[in-house]
Every structure is written in C-alpha cells, then in structure tokens.
Design a protein around this ligand. Structure first.
Ligand SMILES: Cc1ncc(COP(=O)(O)O)c(C=O)c1O
Length: 400
C-alpha cells in the first residue's frame, strides 16, 4: 500500500481499493509567482470602484445567522437572467459539489442499497423501477475534467472512460458503443473540455439525451463565457438533460458558486442531496452583487480573454517544437514533447510563471497528455511575459 496510509494501522485495510490507487487533487502554490496561469481563472481583478461597493454589500451580511438555505435572492436574480423558472436551479459549492451530487443521485455502487433487475420481482418492484435500480456506472470521455472520476471513486462507482482522438476530438461512435455496452446512468460532457480546450459538437449532448432517456446527460458549460455555446434551449424537451455552469471562470473562483439548470424533477432530486447551507451567506451576497452590478465587467473581461487567446494561440504555434490545440475556453493546451514539457514547465516556474503540467516523463505507460502543458490565458502583460519566457526555453530545450 502507498500514499502513507500504512500509518493508519488496521484502519488502512478498510479504505476502498479505488481510493487507495487514486491521488488527491494537488495544486502547487510556489512562492514568487509573477503570473498564475494554472487554474483557468479570469486573470483580471475586480475594478476598485466595484470592489468598494462589494465590500459595503458584504458588510451588511448577518454573519451570526445561517445562510438562506434556498439562496432565494440569488435564485431569483439568476433565474431571471437565464429566462428559466427558479425551481430549475440547484446551487453547489462550486460545480464540483454538483458533480458529486449528480453521481450520488443516479449511480450507486454494486450491492449498495440498489435492487438488481433479477431481485426486483421478488421485492415487488416494477420493471421501470428495476431498470433504474441496475448497478450503474458514470461515463465520460478522457482526458477531461478530473473531478468526474474523483466523484465516482468517492462513491465506489465504476467510471467508463472513452478515449478522445489524438487531436482531442470526441469519438461519438465510441461513446455510443460504450453506452450500449456499459449502460451508464450518468454521462458527463465538458463543452468546451478541460484540459484540452476543445469544443465538441454541442448537439451531441442533446442527441444522447434524446436517444438514452434512462441516462442523465450533463452539458458541463463551465467555460460558457468563452464559447458562447449552450444546451440550455433544449432543456424543455429533455427531462434527463442537465446544464451545469459556474461563476468560477468569470472572475469569482474565490466564491465557490456553481449551479445546474434542469427539469424541475431532477432539481428536486438533487435538492434532497444538497447540504442545506452549502453556499455561505457571503457567497450568496457576493454572487447577487456581481450578477446585478458587475455583469458587463465580467462579459467585457471574458471577451478580452478570448481576443488574447487568439493572439496567444497564433504566437505559440510559431515557437519551435510547439503544437497548440484549438480552444474555445480560456486556456490553451500545448504539446512540447515527453520530458521536454516538464523541463520547460520548471524553467517557466523559475521565471515566476505557473502553468499546469500534464507531462509524465517517468510514467510506465504512455498517456494522452504526455508532453503537454495547459496554459490559462492571462492579462496582456502576463501573456507577453509567458511568450518571452517560452521563446527562450523552447529554443534552448530541444527534444533529444
Ligand atoms: C469542465 C469543468 N467543470 C467544472 C469545473 C469546476 O468548477 P467549480 O467547482 O470551480 O465551479 C471545472 C473547473 O476547472 C471545469 O474545468
């Protein structure tokens, strides 16, 4: 056994196998960082005038009281903005929490409180209920956002991972085949995808929901502000479709506010699993303020990031030994070569530039992100620093 679990003594043996084999979500925080380009955040801080007014709004929050468990004001502001009914919204402490709730709502580990189709008749359970009660898996393309896998592991649920093509495009035929074979109850599609930035055919999520009515299909639109593409308009026709969004990527990652938009029955189901006070009173007040007062700033900032991304993409593609993948998010995935990517990552870090390293030069088996770094689009000044530094290191550190 690894991961230092040995020190737990006999309790270590009780940790499920899947969890033993997994690693936590490690986020490096080195000192002296000049540009933090590793977490797909918006790089611009809130302007001073808005900051002052936000501070005044937060000063009014009653910290001695629990937060509103229904987030009524936030719900009303957001529902109005999205043109949906307030009952279609469920809030999460970031969309991470919603992912975990969705997995808990629709998938259970084998033998954990679910009735198999074979047992159903003797327990007086009808066919529709028995169908739902089959052991269920969670399916998603790979590589994608890591928390889908972590949420499944946390509940002892099988993850079916369907490889993307070598250019990180979605293999729709392989997804369909895997659904037929494994009968998952949940399918996550990150549109656009993280860490690749690629935006797959949006309609595919809706088509899956139409073809597989016993599957919850999640259109994870964390990067909607950058792609402008959504499955929202199709929700009314597909009660099993869930749109998931977050405030994290548009200047509010510090708040931890994500939300799903779905049919009311799914929202009601997720509500049964939601910790009642999952959004703090400060989160709620700040989110309400931002939605009411700072939407145009958020939109203008996201538009500036898109302009920057296009320039960054074009310049990166001209550097020696750099392959850039197309992106519709606020990030760019680049392939620099196995081992070389890690060397360049370290050189960037020494220059005070933090990006995300997916290279694994010491791994025994090859992986799809070997040789890759993910760069979050920064401010114009940060991007200039990054490009200057990369130009030097890409020249100096060549593939063996
Ligand atoms: C595709 C995708 N979904 C969901 C999330 C989670 O966002 P949060 O928990 O900050 O709302 C992320 C974060 O990077 C993401 O990339």
């Amino acid at each position: 056994m690894s991961n230092g679990l040995d020190a737990l003594g006999p309790l270590a043996a009780r940790v499920p196998d899947q969890l033993r084999a997994s690693a936590g979500y490690h986020v490096p925080r080195p000192a002296n960082i000049r540009a933090k380009l590793d977490a797909n955040e918006l790089p611009f801080p809130l302007p001073e005038e808005l900051r002052q007014r936000l501070g005044a709004a937060l000063a009014e929050v009653s910290l001695e009281r629990y937060p509103d468990p229904n987030a009524a004001e936030l719900r009303s502001v957001l529902a109005q903005r999205l043109g949906i009914a307030p009952s279609q919204l469920v809030f999460g402490n970031g969309s991470d929490e919603l992912i975990a709730m969705i997995v808990a709502a629709f998938a259970a580990p084998r033998g954990a409180g679910q009735t198999s189709a074979e047992q159903a008749p003797e327990r007086g359970i009808g066919p529709a209920r028995a169908e739902l009660a089959r052991p269920a898996a969670v399916l998603f393309p790979s590589p994608t956002f890591v928390y889908y896998r972590l949420a499944a592991i946390a509940r002892g649920i099988e993850s079916i991972e369907v490889p993307l093509t070598s250019r990180f495009e979605l293999d729709e035929v392989a997804i369909e085949r895997a659904i037929e074979q494994h009968e998952p109850s949940v399918v996550f599609l990150a549109l656009p995808n993280n860490p690749t930035g690629t935006l797959w055919r949006m309609e595919f999520a809706v088509e899956l929901a139409a073809r597989h009515r016993n599957v919850a299909v999640i259109s994870d639109e964390a990067y909607f502000a950058y792609s402008g593409r959504s499955s929202l308009a199709h929700l009314a026709q597909h009660p099993n479709l869930i749109v998931m969004r977050t405030l994290s990527k548009v200047g509010m990652a510090g708040l931890r506010v994500g939300y799903t938009i779905s049919s009311p029955p799914i929202a009601e189901l997720l509500e049964r699993l939601r910790p009642p006070y999952n959004l703090s009173a400060l989160d709620q007040a700040a989110a309400v303020f931002m939605l009411r007062e700072a939407t145009s700033w958020c939109e203008a900032s996201a538009a500036e990031v898109v302009t920057e991304r296009k320039q960054l993409e074009a310049t990166l593609a001209r550097l020696p030994g750099v392959e850039v993948f197309p992106s519709e998010a606020n990030l760019l995935l680049v392939r620099l070569g196995l081992g070389r990517a890690t060397a360049i990552y370290r050189a960037l870090q020494a220059d005070g530039l933090l990006v995300r390293n997916f290279d694994r030069p010491d791994a025994k088996l090859a992986g799809p992100l070997d040789g890759c770094l993910r760069i979050t689009v920064g401010t114009p000044a940060e991007n200039a620093l990054l490009l200057a530094s990369l130009a030097v290191h890409c020249e100096a550190i060549r593939n063996p």
